[in-house]
Ligand binder design. Structure first.
Ligand code: FAD
Ligand code: DHB
Length: 393
């Protein structure tokens, strides 16, 4: 099989890239390790920042998001036993939309299949070849057990943190891990609030979020190596009640077994090796506290689609040559913001710089400043709602 861009991974990055390239007259094939139903059911991120919302609309994959997504004009911080509202609309004139990542994935798969695109699901043994030649290729074993080869001009590595693309060369990797993770639950219970609540409590961080008028999404800080099986439904609701004290929480049946997500910061530089371009979690990971993971993946793709159009339709390598440096500016802004939100909101151990008496007092001072100073709140709002694509970072 021959195509212009071979894309590894059908997450938000790989699917949006394939869609945007098609709209720019560039052919691609997506190769995905998991099944279609698996990627469409996988519950992950839920916050779309403003530039993501605008891009999905501009690329004509925003109709269901506009119909079913939940626009929010702010968030609240819960600390010192009180709720503190951060009014994004007032501070920066834009907001966010709460719309599940798997809904974005469903919309993109539907658009690709409607437009005659190819997504090879359940591809095993995916391997990349000839990345520093002008004829790279991808091999994989299909569901019939047949080894197939995709010859292309360019490979896009959109295969997430555990994929093969980043390991196909030797980028410089800088990373940090955190001594905690998030236990996430999805419950059939009507949200009691219109906006998200990020809670810094003595018992640890908790996040109140939602997916629809019938479904609540909640997270609890737990130790990094926590076994989710230790958390009965009753224990989860009790702990949420304690950490979200003062906020009524409707309980309801859990829609899937809770799982624990580890927290890490990671950046691989450069995001390019010859004819291989990394995008999304394949190149960088943020802790989820700033709600930036999926948004960064989409921001990379916005840059890559135009750069590949220039390369493959006009023969100009300016965009691809600037790709890595352009993306990394935004990546590092999101890394700083996500790390800042994480250290401000979580409970750290007494031996940590954020958990000893001094660090705890700094956390509370930062929270109080953010809640009371328009300058500090504006900075949070600007980062949370997303700096413009191509804008300052
Ligand atoms: P992915 O969505 O990971 O997509 C990569 C795709 O590549 C996957 O479909 C995978 O199956 C496929 N793949 C992997 N290896 C191969 C291979 N060898 N060959 C072919 N295909 C392959 N962010 C938030 O902001 N908030 C959250 O609450 C949140 N929760 C998360 C929970 C989990 C468990 C994880 C892993 C991430 C979470 N994130 C969250 C981060 C956010 O979901 C990611 O940043 C986002 O998915 C990045 O999109 P992507 O397309 O780059 O990668
Ligand atoms: C959600 C996830 C996040 O990481 C976040 O910061 C806010 C909301 C969510 O899944 O709803």
């Amino acid at each position: 099989m021959r195509t212009q861009v071979g894309i590894v991974g059908a997450g938000p990055a790989g699917l949006l890239l394939s869609h945007m390239l098609a709209r720019r007259g560039v052919d691609s094939v997506v190769v995905e390790a998991r099944s279609r139903s698996h990627v469409e059911q996988r519950v992950r991120a839920g916050v779309l920042e403003h530039p993501t919302v605008e891009l999905l609309r501009a690329e004509e994959v925003g109709d269901r998001m506009d119909a079913q997504g939940m626009p929010h004009d702010g968030i609240s911080l819960l600390f010192d036993d009180a709720l503190h509202h951060i009014d994004f609309a007032d501070l920066v004139g834009r907001g966010i939309v709460v719309y599940g990542q798997q809904e974005v994935v469903k919309d993109l798969i539907a658009a690709r299949l409607r437009d005659g695109g190819t997504v090879e699901f359940e591809a095993a043994d995916v391997a990349l070849h000839g990345l520093t030649t002008d004829r790279p290729s991808i091999t994989f074993t299909d569901t019939a057990g047949i080894v197939r080869e995709i010859e292309c001009d360019v490979v896009a590595g959109c295969d997430g943190f555990h994929g093969v693309s980043r390991r196909a060369f030797a980028p410089t990797v800088v990373e940090r891990t955190y001594p905690f993770g998030w236990l996430g639950i999805l419950a059939k219970a009507a949200p009691t609030r219109d906006e998200l609540v990020y809670a810094n409590s003595d018992r640890g961080f908790a996040l109140y979020s939602m997916r629809s008028p019938e479904i609540t999404r909640l997270y609890l800080q737990v130790p990094a190596d926590e076994d989710a099986a230790r958390w009965s439904d009753a224990r989860i609701w009790d702990e949420l009640g304690a950490r979200l004290a003062g906020i009524p929480v409707n309980e309801g049946p859990l829609l899937e077994r809770p799982s624990v997500t580890g927290m890490r910061s990671m950046v691989a530089e450069p995001m390019r090796h010859g004819r291989l371009f990394l995008a999304g979690d394949a190149a960088h990971i943020v802790p989820p506290t700033g709600a930036k993971g999926m948004n960064l993946a989409i921001a990379d793709v916005a840059v890559l689609a135009d750069a590949l159009e220039d390369l493959l339709r006009r023969g100009s390598s300016r965009g691809v040559d600037a790709y890595s440096a352009t993306c990394l500016r935004r990546v590092w802004r999101a890394e700083q913001f996500s790390s800042f939100m994480t250290s401000m909101l979580h409970r750290y151990g007494p031996d940590s710089e954020h958990g000893d008496a001094f660090g705890r007092a700094l956390q509370l001072s930062q929270l109080r400043y953010t809640a009371s100073s328009r300058a500090a709140a504006t900075s949070l709002a600007e980062n949370y709602t997303g700096l413009p694509h191509g804008g300052p970072a």
